[in-house]
Write a protein that binds this ligand. Structure first.
Ligand code: ZN
Length: 149
């Protein structure tokens, strides 16, 4: 377990310091904004979906290390995935963060497994799920901003 904790801290710090896929996305055809009032995290997610496949994804915004790292890890995991696979990843991460176990999904969580470390800090779980709820809104073209509250 301490190995996982070390890995968790290392990955979170790395992705917070150097967020992957950060910035505007030219040609985006789905976007959504999310806000976590508990912590003040906010992010906007941009997706370019072509024939049901996420060709590109980027995010903008400002938040704590966990929200930024979770969004960064998510964008890495989503590229090249179908909308169904993205949904499976969402469900897997949601299960991981709420129960500590992934689902028996056909889509392996891979590096996203480190997010399970957030469970040791229950108040931060919403920081980690913000990007994922925003993804849901973007894929379903919900125009209302997402709030974790
Ligand atoms: Zn936060």
């Amino acid at each position: 377990m301490s190995d996982l904790r070390d890995l968790y801290q290392e990955v979170i710090l790395d992705h917070n310091r150097r967020p992957r896929n950060f910035g505007p996305l030219a040609g985006a055809n789905h976007s959504a904004a999310g806000f976590n009032p508990l912590c003040g995290d906010q992010l906007t997610l941009h997706l370019k979906v072509v024939d049901g496949v996420i060709e590109d994804v980027r995010f903008e915004g400002a938040g704590c290390a966990i929200s930024t790292a979770s969004a960064s890890l998510m964008t890495e995991a989503l590229k090249g995935k179908s909308e169904e696979e993205a949904q499976a990843l969402f469900e897997g991460v949601h299960a991981l963060l709420t129960t500590g176990h992934g689902t028996d999904s056909a889509v392996p969580l891979g590096k996203l497994e480190v997010l399970s470390g957030v469970r040791e800090f229950p108040v931060r779980v919403k920081c980690a799920t913000l990007a994922w709820h925003t993804l849901q809104a973007a894929l379903h073209d919900e125009n209302r901003p997402v709030s974790t509250e």
